[in-house]
Design a protein around this ligand. Structure first.
Ligand code: UDP
Length: 246
């Protein structure tokens, strides 16, 4: 596949952790993982060598696992360590968060305490808007802003729960509890009625705690200055690779 990438490809988008470029095919894009880490809506920023490589490897492994179990994703092929070809989608401006254990913003909004197991997985919607600091929204807000239809919302919820039912036991096999995670979905440029999983699934977008020690193995190490950020990401990758190959 010939890319328009080398030096002259049009950069379509640069986010906090990834860049997107055009390819020669209008229905495909090149996604590049950066080494940057940000938290608190970009207020805290740092660079970690190899973060892009590790996030790509983890995300790829998880997306391939999901594809095998019947969850369509944007992944097409890899182009080296930090770049993948993905299907061109229009991202739906909703961050879909699934939670198995209380942590993070949930504890600031409810009486639930960090580490409390939830009786049933929770699905939450957040508006993907940095200027508004990604506020939590409900179904009515989504319908009012026409971000998705009621049928699409039902699909997003069932797909998110299905993904949780695949990822939770997978991570358990690696000795990690999947506390919560964030997903993004997109509409295919070639067929906007088809919604697929997009973006990434990595320690940047998941909370993962060691089953035995409870140690945090995800971006909270950076958010909370716990140290050993990349060591933890590398450990997640190593365990995931072992679980896939076992
Ligand atoms: N998350 C994310 N991107 C965001 C916000 C949250 O990937 O912009 C992930 C976060 O890493 C965690 C889950 O979504 O795994 C739930 O995050 P929460 O609402 O608790 O927000 P936080 O306190 O992490 O900002």
């Amino acid at each position: 596949m010939k890319l328009l990438y080398e030096g002259k490809a049009k950069r379509l988008y640069e986010g906090k952790a990834k860049r997107l470029y055009e390819t020669e095919q209008p229905d495909e894009l090149l996604m590049e993982f950066k080494d940057d880490a940000t938290a608190f809506n970009g207020e805290k920023h740092a660079q970690f060598e190899n973060k892009g490589r590790m996030n790509q490897a983890i995300s790829l492994l998880l997306m391939q696992l999901l594809e095998k179990q019947g969850v369509p994703t944007h992944f097409v092929s890899t182009v080296g360590n930090i770049r993948t070809i993905v299907k061109n989608v229009e991202i739906i401006k909703i961050e879909v968060v699934v939670r198995n254990v209380a942590a993070g913003s949930l504890c600031g909004r409810t009486w639930l305490k960090e580490g409390e197991a939830l009786k049933t997985p929770l699905v939450e919607w957040f508006l993907k808007d940095d200027d508004l600091e990604d506020p939590m929204i409900n179904d009515d807000h989504i319908l009012e802003m026409e971000l998705a239809t009621a049928d699409e919302l039902a699909f997003l919820k069932s797909e998110a729960l299905k993904i949780n039912e695949i990822l939770k036991p997978f991570f358990l096999k690696t000795g990690l509890t999947l506390i919560d995670f964030k997903l993004e979905f997109g509409r295919l440029s070639t067929d906007p009625s088809t919604i697929i999983l997009a973006d990434e699934i990595s320690p940047d977008t998941c909370r993962l705690w060691d089953v035995t020690t409870g140690e945090k193995m995800d971006k909270d190490r950076f958010r909370r200055d716990l140290g050993n950020v990349m060591e933890s990401y590398a450990e997640v990758l190593k365990r995931a690779e072992n679980a896939v190959n076992s």
